[in-house]
Write a protein that binds this ligand. Structure first.
Ligand SMILES: [Ca+2]
Length: 379
């Protein structure tokens, strides 16, 4: 009896504590009848939701010389009498007794025989100089070896020596040899030409050139300007090149570069430099020979940079040669793809709120769903 009474008491207590478990036993089924609540949001037709519209096309102002139509230009002031136009060796420190003759690329030139050399006076490498150029020809056919030395730093004690043992065309032609000037921009340097094997004609020694105006190559000897591309002149690069600063237009969606990878292998990246000192590099595109072996327009999104001042950098990988044109132009391809957020989507804290569509970049004012709002699962 005692056990039976105890069992009945436990049953009564658990029925009181867990009524839901016992409700089916009583034959009553609870049904929730939640009253639908209107969200308060207005219906929104997404502008150009079917993408049938045509964008604005080219927008904004691309970086300086984005088309590479600007010709190469001399830069800065070379060494005294760099072109021998005084008709003598004024301004040069000579080893031996070089001769000066007329009939060079620019009138007079110097001729170096056995054991002879020419060292320039000091001059400052211009901030826009990309190359140091030297016009050189062999006096006679046959073996022809010579030196270009560049002296820089304190006391001009830092020597960069270049031994030349081949010629772009026949060595007895006047050929222009180019060396990087970017590494010396703003510095005072001296240049030297020395005969090694085979008499040497020399003119316009250390002439500075801006090869591709408006662009900054990492190594000026690895950029050239060529003509005859699909859109006229273009740059041929095997070093990273960076545009001047430009502002991303308020309606810009993409920026583009036209390029072609010349080398049989290798790869490249396209980066946007932004922020203080343009020190933030964001890679927005990469490619290689398999997708860039012929001229094509490559687009990359710049919506995240609207209104900002940026630079575009095209960076060939090691051993990669690219041809580059129309670099940094901006375009609007899909009209009205970023509708202005509507007031109804900025809901009060307690108002249910639907999740809006997502856009490539956040609108100026973001949709706010209140902290206590409920988000409809179907949006
Ligand atoms: Ca000359």
């Amino acid at each position: 009896m005692r056990r039976a009474a105890l069992a009945i008491i436990v049953l009564i207590i658990s029925a009181l504590a867990f009524p839901a478990v016992y409700q089916p036993l009583s034959g009553q089924i609870a049904v929730a009848h939640a009253t639908p609540a209107l969200s308060g949001a207005f219906g929104t037709e997404i502008p150009n939701g079917n993408f049938s519209g045509v964008g604005l096309g080219a927008v904004g102002t691309p970086p300086t010389n984005s088309t590479f139509q600007s010709a190469s230009t001399p830069a800065g002031t070379p060494a005294t009498n760099y072109n021998f136009e005084t008709g003598d060796l004024t301004g040069w420190t000579v080893t031996g007794t070089p001769a000066v003759h007329s009939g060079g690329p620019t009138g007079y030139y110097a001729q170096l025989g056995g054991g002879q050399g020419l060292l320039s006076s000091a001059f400052t490498v211009d901030s826009n100089a990309q190359t140091l150029n030297f016009d050189i020809a062999a006096v006679n056919g046959g073996a022809f070896y010579w030196y270009i030395n560049i002296y820089s730093g304190s006391g001009y004690a830092t020597e960069s020596s270049h031994f030349l043992s081949s010629c772009p065309t026949s060595c007895t032609n006047w050929n222009t040899y180019t060396f990087d000037a970017v590494a010396y921009q703003g510095q005072s340097i001296k240049v030297e030409v020395k005969r090694y094997y085979g008499d040497l004609k020399a003119d316009n020694l250390g002439a500075m050139m801006t090869v591709v105006p408006g662009w900054s190559p990492n190594d000026g000897s690895r950029i050239s300007r060529q003509t005859g591309g699909p859109n006229g002149a273009f740059a041929d690069i095997s070093t990273p090149v960076t545009s001047q600063a430009f502002t991303v237009d308020s309606s810009a969606q993409n920026a583009t570069v036209d390029l072609k990878e010349v080398s049989a292998s290798g790869s490249y990246t396209v980066n946007v430099l932004s922020g203080t000192g343009y020190s933030t590099s964001t890679q927005l595109l990469s490619g290689d020979q398999t997708n860039s072996s012929s001229w094509g327009t490559k687009a990359f999104g710049v919506g995240a940079f609207i209104g900002q001042s940026i630079k575009v950098q095209v960076a060939p990988g090691y051993g990669t040669e690219l041809q580059l044109d129309q670099a940094g132009g901006m375009e609007n391809v899909v009209p009205a793809s970023r509708p202005t957020p509507q007031a109804s989507r900025s809901s009060a804290a307690s108002t249910p709120c639907r999740a809006g569509p997502s856009w490539p970049t956040a609108p100026a004012t973001t949709t706010t769903c209140g902290a206590t709002g409920t988000r409809s699962p179907t949006g």
